[in-house]
Design a protein around this ligand. Structure first.
Ligand code: FES
Length: 260
């Protein structure tokens, strides 16, 4: 290795690290968290059932918007402009690639998976296994620079998820409504706390005093932005819990707790 810790100007230390604490624990937990979500989301996206409760208007975010004639009754809040789809295409395929792109290119998730999956580096003072580094200047990592565009689509998806949650309220009020609404509020918090959103609101301004509205928005977003990591993990959890709740009610495994 002639670069990084193997560069001739660096101290020659053969051990990968001299750290004796459990530096490997955070990367391990990150890997486990990400793998659990990916496995769950993949299985649910291809399951093709138990994603809507027509009686109460509950629709899981994994299948929204559902635009195909294959969609179950009550799940197509925006009509069915697309024909029937073969089983290997997830019914939420319109939004899923963009949501995946949004999360994959997120500045926090980059930090998480660069360290834990690519070990680049896995922790402070722990050498990475790679011999060279090209950053985000070449394919495929140059795509990370498209994060702002994924953000715009994620905004639209947040509006759609909000609409789904409001539609459900027209069927009455149950525990499922609170689950959907909590998920939507947290999704908005995660989306608006995005670093690109913060830059769109207040970036490249020479004088905040001349742009009071953008400055106010930037100030509010900045407060959310410091919680971006927590919101990134929380929303992975609430997405799974929301989908799980809809699945359990839709399959008849549990009954929805109705308030009125
Ligand atoms: Fe994480 Fe934009 S930086 S969503």
């Amino acid at each position: 290795m002639t670069s990084g810790v193997g560069a001739p100007t660096r101290a020659s230390i053969s051990a990968r690290t001299l750290r004796t604490d459990r530096w490997w624990l955070p990367p391990l937990l990150t890997n486990l968290g990400l793998l659990t979500f990916i496995a769950y989301a993949t299985v649910r996206s291809f399951m093709g059932k138990w994603y809507v409760v027509e009686e109460y208007g509950y629709l899981t975010p994994f299948y929204s918007p559902c635009l195909s004639e294959s969609c179950l009754p009550g799940s197509s809040h925006f009509g069915t402009p697309l024909p029937e789809l073969p089983g290997w295409i997830p019914l939420g395929f319109v939004a899923l690639p963009f949501l995946l792109g949004f999360r994959l290119t997120c500045y926090y998730y980059r930090k998480a998976y660069y360290r834990s999956v690519w070990q680049s580096p896995p922790a402070c003072a722990v050498a990475e296994p790679h011999a060279s580094y090209s950053g985000e200047t070449r394919l495929p990592l140059i795509v990370q620079n498209a994060h702002r565009y994924f953000f715009y689509v994620a905004l639209l998806v947040s509006v759609i998820n909000t609409y789904d949650a409001v539609v459900a309220l027209t069927h009455g009020l149950g525990l499922g409504n609170l689950v959907l609404l909590t998920n939507v509020v947290l999704l908005w918090a995660y989306t608006l706390s995005c670093h690109s959103c913060r830059h769109i609101a207040g970036g490249r301004l020479k004088h905040f005093s001349k742009h009071p509205v953008r400055y106010r928005a930037w100030t509010l977003i900045s407060k959310l932005n410091v919680r971006h990591m927590q919101l990134a993990w929380t929303t992975l959890g609430t997405l799974v819990l929301t989908d799980l709740y809809v699945m359990l009610v839709a399959s008849g495994a549990i009954s929805d707790l109705r308030f009125f």
